[in-house]
Design a protein around this ligand. Sequence first.
Ligand SMILES: [Zn+2]
Length: 433
Amino acid sequence: MHRRRARAASCYCTAMSTRAMTVASLVLLLACAEVPQGPVRVQALVLSADGAYTPTTVELRTVRDATALEGSVFRFLGGARLVVDGNDPELQQAITEEDMARAVLKGKGQPVTANYIVAEDGVLWPADFHTWNLVTAAFGLERASEYFHTVAQVPPGELGTATVYYFPEFLLPGSVEGPVRDNAIFYTLVQGFLLLPFDRLQSAPMAINTGLLAHEYSHLVFNRRVYGGRRLPEAFTEWSAGTVTPGLNVLKSLDEGLADFHAFGATCLSPGGCNSRFLEASLGESARVRDMAQSHCLTAELRTGLLNSAYTQFGPSSGDYQVGTVLASALHRAAAGDAARQQALGRAVVAAYSDESPETPGLVQLVEASLDAQAGFTLTDAVRALLVHVEDAALRADACHALVDQLQLNVDALAGVCAPDVGAPTLCPALDG
Ligand SMILES: [Zn+2]
């Protein structure tokens, strides 16, 4: 009964942003109507080619229920409560990773209720701020999923339906005072996305930044393929206790850098076009350091950190993001602004996540082979796995050159994949050793 009532369009406009209010005023004369089931055309705030978020009619192709925002790609839940507290007896007593997830998820939340005005042409217009935010987030996640299906050729059904915790209360007592805000996270422990409330970041809420959501969605794909969908990946539990964690540092750098690379690829499918600076709309100019279209080189300091520090130091100093940006930048350079090359590299990267062939092992196979000794999982071996999955010889040669140059790799260690003379640096001064 409740669900039936919820599907009727709501004809009121409360708590709306000024922009949404202006837009909604254009359709006030339209009558209320039932919100249709199945794929719908909705208005969302989409980044246009001129760099502004503009109300735009888009199609949500995978939804079954537009009011609850449920479909094959996502299921939104509001009002969840997550607490990660080392002093929590429930967490301390947890044995399995499922126990841990249950201990952290103090409140599971409930389906959201989106409010729409149904226009005469059948387009649904969000009737309040949260509906604009929700619908646009749904659009971003759906397009990210489409990128992985169409460009990276991930079979339909492999990624499953992701739970999206919308504006949950996320508490980290002991490390963060009060609820965590201003972030969007794929949280492996609960196998879902956290779209956190915003506070300081008000220019473009993360939930409407489709590039940023594609970055997070890429973490889901990496988790499914490289970590086998585990809440606590084995590499984390096996490797994190080391005083130096070179394998873990490489793995996290790959996860971040490849997420940015895929996110860029996903922006190329959006109305605003390819955008290597997609983070800046939400995070401001401080995010410019992750613009992969700029020249980035592995520094001696980063290389030392990668090889000789624990992730507890490397991660908090954003070493993984920095190495990841160098990786993304090299792949971006190899793509050279060509759509077919960009897509071929995106496909090769995802194919390299898992490959059981002994001649061309994927990342998960390399990780498994080094679980007892993480120093065996190296950046060079990971790059080899990416390169052997690039089918086009000319593209592979260009990728070899850019990766060897920018990540300061020893080309001899890539014998059989890269030509011996491909390594002469043209962008980054060679480091000693
Ligand atoms: Zn990330």
